[in-house]
Design a binder for this molecule. Structure first.
Ligand SMILES: [Zn+2]
Length: 483
């Protein structure tokens, strides 16, 4: 039978704020356990939460970038359940009145065509704490757990998609797109290793052509694009095999075991929580006046898709270049700064995609903001190439030296003697020397082995340390041999 895969995603993104959603504690990652807590985020009796305005502002930016409708009035609810990392016994989230609804994102489907993926809702909520399971001598093995509440009350948005995704690739595309937008907006650092972005996938299969959905399984906490694709692909196989063997898919929550590449059952629907949501009596409704939304709109940065289009149309770059350069806001900004100083977009793009990205991708490389080769360095170097001061070949060496030392290209060229050999007498001398050193080859060439021309040119280039212009060398050698 021909089966169709149906996927809906719930993505949790941590918002980039200095302080937590309902208190003034720091959100910095990696601090000593329980060093960033107060009565509010610990949920101590009598402590009152106060909503962080920045959280709403960030969420409004997301609304504008994902075409969502903003509710003029939304409300926080208590989601009641008991878990050791949630000492107050409920999570503050939004429930029946989320702040954003009915948006969409455009991704590429597997055939490369644009496809719209609906966003059902986006709501604000607090994160819970984290359980640590110490091992080793003195720690009691796995006999006890420790609770770190630094993450408790850290602001999150949950982005719930429509079940519009049809393949593992589409699903990871969607999360990539979402991540790119959030990072461009400056509302999330997008760091999946630190849990700033993680996805739950609702996966089901149905016979192609059938309108009703199959029973779905939810796979929790996928924190890399690769795991997301692997988990969905595994789940598709598992469900199809089960159905074809006459079995039934049961609605349950599963976890992805990345070491084994499989999903395993965590809890079935029967054990699922009844959260008994009710409006949080301690928090006022969230009211978004039109003026606030307009102000956010005015400050909205250019979004990645729009920037890609502009890079193609405004700078005449191929789609491939535009796509690569716009993969981060920093890289795109770098490009524009370099082009402002050296008006040859394609040359700038070539050097960025080649030498610059190669250096940046090396292990231990600094982030682009602290790269030793700045847009000013790159533009100045391209200027030297354009003026004919250095050959394109020597420019590679100039680039490496700039990267190693942070020196400007003029200084590198002077120190390393990389200026192009322009005076004809020294070039002539080099040609003479090469011919004199290879009499047998000269004779062979004159006897008809014209392929040897390349050999002589190569020798001259080596002798001039690549500083000569190959076309000029070619001409000189030919004249000497044939003259
Ligand atoms: Zn706190």
């Amino acid at each position: 039978m021909d089966w169709e895969l149906v996927i809906g995603l719930e993505v949790h993104a941590q918002l980039l704020t200095a302080t937590k959603i309902f208190c003034g504690c720091s959100t910095a990652f990696g601090a000593e356990p329980n060093s960033q807590v107060c009565p509010v985020c610990l949920g101590l009796p009598g402590a009152l939460p106060v909503l962080n305005r920045q959280v709403v502002e960030h969420t409004l930016k997301v609304a504008l970038a994902t075409h969502c409708t903003v509710a003029p009035r939304s409300r926080f609810a208590r989601k009641n359940y008991f878990y050791p990392d949630l000492p107050k016994g409920y999570q503050i989230s939004q429930y029946e009145l989320p702040i954003l609804e009915h948006g969409f994102l455009t991704v590429e489907d597997d055939a490369g065509n644009p496809k719209r993926i609906g966003i059902t809702r986006i709501h604000m909520e607090e994160d819970a704490g984290k359980l640590l399971h110490p091992e080793g001598p003195g720690a009691g093995g796995r006999e006890h757990s420790l609770v770190d509440l630094n993450r408790a009350c850290v602001p999150l948005i949950e982005i719930v998609s429509e079940p519009d995704l049809r393949s593992p690739k589409e699903a990871s595309q969607y999360v990539r797109k979402l991540r790119e937008i959030l990072v461009y907006l400056g509302v999330c650092d997008g760091n999946m290793n630190e849990g700033s972005l993680r996805a739950d996938a609702n996966v089901s299969v149905r016979p192609r052509g059938q309108a009703a959905f199959g029973t779905r399984a939810e796979i929790k906490n996928l924190n890399s694009f690769r795991f997301l694709e692997q988990a969905i692909a595994y789940e598709r196989r598992r469900q199809i095999e089960l159905l074809e063997d006459g079995g039934k898919v049961i609605q349950e929550t599963r976890l992805f075991d990345s070491a084994r590449g499989i999903t395993v059952s965590m809890r079935s629907k029967e054990e699922a929580h009844d959260y008994r949501y009710f409006p949080d009596p301690d928090l006022l409704p969230v009211v978004v006046e039109p003026a606030w939304l307009e102000a956010v709109q005015r400050d909205l940065p250019e979004l990645p898709d729009a920037r890609r289009r502009r890079f193609q149309e405004g700078y005449g770059l191929p789609a491939y270049d535009a796509d690569l350069l716009c993969q981060s806001r920093e890289l795109a900004d770098y490009f524009e700064a370099a082009v402002a100083a050296h008006d040859d977009p394609k040359a700038v793009s070539n050097w960025m995609m080649g030498s610059l990205l190669r250096e940046l991708n090396k292990e231990g490389a600094p982030p682009l903001a602290r790269a030793p080769v700045t847009p000013r360095h790159l533009a100045a170097m391209l200027g030297l190439v354009k003026q004919g001061v250095v050959s394109a070949n020597a420019a590679k060496e100039v680039f490496e030296e700039m990267w190693a030392t942070g020196k400007m290209p003029e200084a590198v060229v002077a120190e390393k003697g990389l200026a192009r050999l322009t005076d004809t007498s020294s070039l002539e001398a080099a040609v003479e020397e090469v011919l004199a050193a290879n009499p047998a080859e000269v004779q062979a060439y004159r006897g008809g082995k014209s392929k040897l021309l390349g050999f002589f040119v190569g020798q001259v280039m080596r002798r001039t340390q690549g500083k000569a212009d190959p076309a000029q060398v070619n001409e000189q050698v030919r004249r000497k041999l044939e003259g």
